[in-house]
Design a protein around this ligand. Structure first.
Ligand SMILES: NC(=O)c1ccc[n+]([C@@H]2O[C@H](COP(=O)([O-])OP(=O)(O)OC[C@H]3O[C@@H](n4cnc5c(N)ncnc54)[C@H](OP(=O)(O)O)[C@@H]3O)[C@@H](O)[C@H]2O)c1
Length: 361
């Protein structure tokens, strides 16, 4: 039986970060990608075992079926497109991890729960900062307690950026919206009400949040994977998720409805994705010393609990979570089916990746 861990998109920002974290844990990864020269250079830099050159996601799926690595880490977005073919290829013999952070992709992976359970495979989606930082606080606060009545999670990432381009994967993730997610349209926001996903306005539920370091950020509702993860992990019927990354400018909020209406037109969306993918991004230092995951849980008896997860660079954490998951999947039998990281491994997962809890209540 294979003990190999494959990283799909091994030359990308996240792929390289995951490779480094796997090596730190004593796991030598196999890098999978479409450019032989860049793969070889990255493999040499990170001490990878070998490389697999595959021109498309379909070719990667064929290689997975043929070689059945123990664990496949998918860093190729948009995960709404790549998750299904890769998971189908994994079901015969490989566990699966991805870095999805959008509701549509989490919906796809949860759709494989029955098939994965029957096949005895573990699928972990949301294995990056976005989902894991907030979900971990929810899981920590819910320990030994009944399901809360409402939950709000706030995601406050801090990450430095190297100069480069936005890239196809991120451009598509940003502009494809939420195809196939119940409760509203492709470009509507979402929240949970009475246990069901319903429409909400993107950018609503604004909150001026005082961070534990004394500084303030504004967060606003944005329909990302942490909404679904917080709902699953807590069992709360009412859940809102918000992020400091939502542009707070009134101008952007005014333009957003028109922009999203135009994006429903396929040729415009395709053009916008191509333009955005090649847009240059300047190098950017981290905006604050720490990244934060925050959750506030409320019970109808009047109890409110609040907690934080404190960590450094969000991108470093996004490299560490899949690596830690892969290491655990390699060494210990895990529950089959579809999961998010902290729902599967509990609050200690984030601590094993360098994060620290601050429970303020
Ligand atoms: N959950 C989180 O918190 C979190 C955090 C960071 C990133 N992410 C997500 O992770 C994904 C990757 O982000 P990133 O910053 O690592 O992007 P990136 O640097 O652009 O890397 C993407 C990788 O995917 C490969 N790729 C893209 N399209 C492909 C295709 N059609 N077929 C085969 N390979 C393809 C690229 O290959 P080439 O090198 O050949 O172009 C590259 O190796 C994005 O969707 C992003 O949203 C999530």
């Amino acid at each position: 039986m294979s003990t190999e861990v494959w990283i799909l998109g091994g030359t990308g920002r996240s792929g390289r970060a995951v490779a480094g974290e796997l090596v730190r844990r004593g796991v030598t990864p196999v890098l999978v990608g479409r450019d032989a020269a860049r793969l070889t250079a990255t493999a040499a830099e990170y001490g990878a075992a070998r490389t697999v050159v595959a021109g498309t996601v379909a070719e990667m799926a064929t290689e997975i079926r043929r070689r059945q690595p123990a664990v496949v880490i998918n860093t190729i977005g948009p995960f709404t497109t790549t998750a299904a073919p890769i998971i189908q290829a994994c079901l015969p013999g490989s566990h699966y991890i991805d870095l999805a952070n959008d509701l549509a992709a989490l919906t796809v992976v949860f759709g494989f729960d029955t098939a994965a359970t029957a096949a005895g495979r573990t699928l972990v989606t949301g294995a990056g900062f976005g989902v894991t930082a907030t979900e971990s606080v929810v899981v920590k606060l819910c320990e030994n307690r009944p399901a809360p009545d409402s939950v709000r999670v706030n995601m406050v990432p801090s990450l430095g950026m190297e100069a480069g381009t936005v890239g196809e994967a991120l451009a598509a993730t940003l502009l494809d919206g939420l195809p196939g997610v119940p409760g509203g349209g492709r470009y509507d926001g979402r929240r949970y009400l009475n246990g069901r996903l319903v429409k909400s306005r993107i950018g609503s539920d604004r909150e001026n949040l005082r961070l534990p370091d004394g500084t303030h950020v504004t967060t606003a509702s944005i329909p990302l994977g942490e909404l679904m993860a917080a709902h699953h992990a807590s069992g709360a019927p009412t859940v809102t998720s918000a992020s400091s990354e939502f542009p707070s400018s009134p101008l952007i909020r005014a333009v957003l409805p028109i922009a999203t209406a135009l994006l429903t037109i396929t040729p415009i969306r395709t053009y916008a994705k191509r333009k955005l993918a090649t847009t240059k991004t300047p190098a950017r230092p981290r905006p604050r010393p720490h990244s934060w995951g925050h959750a506030r849980l409320h019970w109808n008896d009047g109890t409110t609990l609040e907690g934080w997860l404190k960590l450094g660079d969000a991108q470093t954490f996004t490299g560490a979570i899949p690596a830690e998951l892969a290491h655990r999947l390699l060494t210990t039998p895990a529950k089959p089916g579809s999961h998010t990281p902290a729902a599967l491994y509990g609050p200690t997962l984030a601590e094993a990746c360098g994060a620290e809890y601050l429970i303020t209540t």
